[in-house]
Design a protein around this ligand. Structure first.
Ligand code: PPS
Length: 329
């Protein structure tokens, strides 16, 4: 790392060597660190952020397991929090920027050449409220984010569709030296919890339990519920985050226009999302890859009967007693 040079790199190497390692989906390897599977580039960031990131009470974090509706929720959250700054949908930043640009990932803020001190300075100078996205499991979040009064909105999706969405996505992106696992290989890995940021059940349960213990801190949403009644959930998110709509805004259709602006149909057809590219620290992605089918139940086109039985059993075992359940179709 540029800030501390060779000694730091040595420490990182030592840490990586000590961790259990498996083949990843998008990354050639993932490492078991703090009970979750991480690409190597995240592990050092996690450590540094856990101890040094300074949350602000006004911070808003959009958290998710990958392929659960992150792009959608980032768009909605940005539009909700800024609804008074951008009352005109015609000039809205979401028409020209992908939601991942407007709600940047917490850990990829640092460009390759920026040292950690400069990164934290940039973070502390960001305009408030700062909006961040993260796939970090709850228990690995920076301590201050967990302790301060800032808010976390988590989006969860049924594990069948998450699997298909993740496999379809990872298949399209250029990964490491190894080819993307086949559907069958990926399914075995998924059932063993081995996927970037997995196990998915621990990820979901971490935020689920926290949302029950601290409902003012963590709002737990389901992709399927959002699809069923987006207006209701946009209102709920706005109230939770402390940016409620006035009666006048409601009767002027502000909620409906935000829902429309962030709808899959509108977003996927924007130039920025058809041809733009987003550069994260570890990888670049074509924006169009974040928009595929956006259906509930597309998994039926990919799953054999034995796969259905196996994943259903895992969901039952892992989530049993938690109260967390999903609409599958
Ligand atoms: S990522 O890479 O983790 O940020 O991906 P994520 O955004 O979580 O998940 C991608 C899936 O979400 C669908 N999508 C949407 N659904 C509804 N509304 C909107 N606006 C929207 N934008 C993206 C996207 O199509 C992926 O789902 P699948 O099932 O693959 O189509």
């Amino acid at each position: 790392m540029s800030s501390t040079g060779g000694k730091q790199e040595n420490e990182e190497d030592k840490l990586l060597v000590s961790l259990r390692k498996e083949r990843g989906w998008a990354f050639s390897h993932v490492y078991l660190f703090q009970e979750f599977w991480w690409p190597s580039s995240f592990i050092q960031e996690i450590n540094i952020f856990q101890n040094n990131f300074q949350a602000k009470d006004s911070d808003v974090v959009v958290a998710s397991f990958p392929k659960s509706g992150t792009t959608w929720l980032k768009g909605l959250t940005f539009a909700i929090v800024n609804h008074q700054s951008f009352p005109s949908i015609e000039k809205h930043p979401l028409l020209t920027s992908n939601p991942h640009e407007l709600v940047p990932p917490l850990y990829t803020f640092r460009g390759n050449n920026t040292n950690i001190h400069d990164q934290f300075l940039q973070l502390s100078n960001m305009a408030e409220p700062r909006l961040f996205g993260t796939h970090t499991p709850f228990h690995s979040l920076p301590n201050s984010l967990k302790e301060f009064n800032c808010k976390i909105v988590y989006i969860c999706r049924n594990p069948f569709d998450v699997f298909v969405s993740a496999w379809s996505f990872f298949k399209k992106i250029k990964g490491g030296p190894l080819p993307t696992p086949s559907l069958e290989e990926a399914f075995e890995m998924y059932c063993n919890g081995i996927i970037e940021f997995g196990p998915w059940w621990s990820h979901m349960l971490g935020y689920w339990k926290e949302s029950i213990a601290r409902p003012n801190k963590v709002l737990f949403l389901k992709y399927e519920d959002l699809k069923e009644d987006a207006n209701f959930h946009v209102k709920k998110v706005a109230e939770f985050l402390g940016y409620p709509f006035t009666h006048e805004e409601e009767s002027n259709g502000v909620i409906e226009s935000i829902v429309k602006l962030c709808s899959f149909e509108e977003m996927k057809d924007l130039d920025v999302n058809k041809s733009g590219i987003i550069n994260f620290q570890v990888k670049s992605f074509e924006n169009n890859l974040f928009f595929r089918k956006a259906e509930i139940g597309d998994w039926v086109n990919y799953f054999s009967q034995p796969m259905i039985e196996k994943l259903s059993k895992i969901i039952e075992e892992k989530l049993s007693g938690s109260g967390l359940s999903f609409k599958m179709k």
